[in-house]
Design a protein. Structure first.
Length: 294
């Protein structure tokens, strides 16, 4: 099943409809799928692909080394608001002026007992403690996330990117993609969307074929979202590099620290720049606000 008739639309950067997206997801010709995704990426970004070095804080200890981080991201689940604020304050103090993001929207909503007004208050307290934005907005967990996003924005926190926790089937993935496009239309809050699930389903693990189609469809449908990204730490260099050819324009969560001690020539920043260049794109470092650093 060829998709040649959709190429001119992809090249303009115009958003694809649900029926067009379903055609792309069902297409077995991955060359045609990749052509559409790359046309849409180039319409939006030319040959630039951004990347961010992120220092993950997955314990309750503040980081002692920042490396090349442009963002410090707290990924722990807080047991209470007091604990969340204390951790945000401690990490912010140690971050040396770097942007600190943290927590999942699901965890913050749990702290608010599902109350949107309380969620806005929590966001305000976390902002005062040094947090800049929410780290994860798993759109598969909410049928209508716009009200949550508005509450957090009202409290003074950014919601820079949408994510997906678990979405195995093509239908589930498309539902998430359409939800993000609608959310951005409603709020304009997002800078990026990472459409690949953060947690794989053991009974129905995704394949590389599923993943590259998902990347392409996310880029084609979410024309109103600046960047489609892939998590380097979760999906690795091979898929991240291939994803560029299918529409991804941002590589997230590149290690901030050279844990292997390979030296400057093999540092994480050098390695990701090399991988992006090998995909015939121009690497540009960014910060958590999606501002170019070079």
């Amino acid at each position: 099943m060829m998709l040649n008739d959709l190429e001119s639309k992809a090249a303009t950067g115009e958003a694809f409809t649900r029926s067009e997206a379903e055609r792309v997801l069902a297409c077995t010709d991955l060359v045609s799928v990749g052509t559409l995704g790359e046309l849409a990426r180039r319409a939006r970004h030319g040959d630039v692909v951004t990347f961010a070095q992120v220092l993950i804080v997955d314990s309750h200890q503040a980081p002692s080394e920042l490396g090349g981080a442009s963002e410090v991201r707290i990924t722990t689940k807080p047991a209470s608001l007091a604990e969340a604020c204390a951790q945000a304050r401690e990490v912010s103090d140690a971050a040396g002026g770097r942007t600190v993001t943290g927590f999942s929207m699901t965890d913050l909503l749990e702290l608010a007992d599902g109350d949107h007004l309380r969620l806005a208050e929590i966001a305000g307290q976390l902002r005062d403690a040094g947090l800049t934005g929410v780290a994860f907005l798993p759109v598969d967990r909410f049928d209508e996330p716009a009200e949550l996003v508005r509450a957090v924005l009202h409290g003074g926190l950014l919601v820079p990117r949408a994510t997906v926790d678990r979405a195995g089937t093509a239908g589930e993935r498309l539902a998430c993609i359409l939800r993000v496009a609608a959310l951005q239309e409603d709020t304009g809050a997002l800078q990026a969307f990472d459409p690949l699930p953060r947690f794989d389903e053991p009974e129905s693990p995704s394949t590389g074929y599923d993943d590259v189609r998902t990347i392409a469809v996310a880029r084609l449908v979410c024309a109103n979202v600046r960047s489609i990204q892939v998590d380097w730490a979760l999906y690795g260099p091979k898929l991240a590099q291939v994803a560029i050819a299918y529409g991804a324009d941002d590589i997230d969560n590149v290690s901030a620290i050279d844990t292997l001690g390979l030296g400057q020539r093999r540092s994480p920043a050098t390695d990701i720049a090399r991988q992006i260049t090998a995909a015939f794109a121009t690497p540009v470092a960014r910060n958590a606000r999606f501002e170019h650093l070079s």
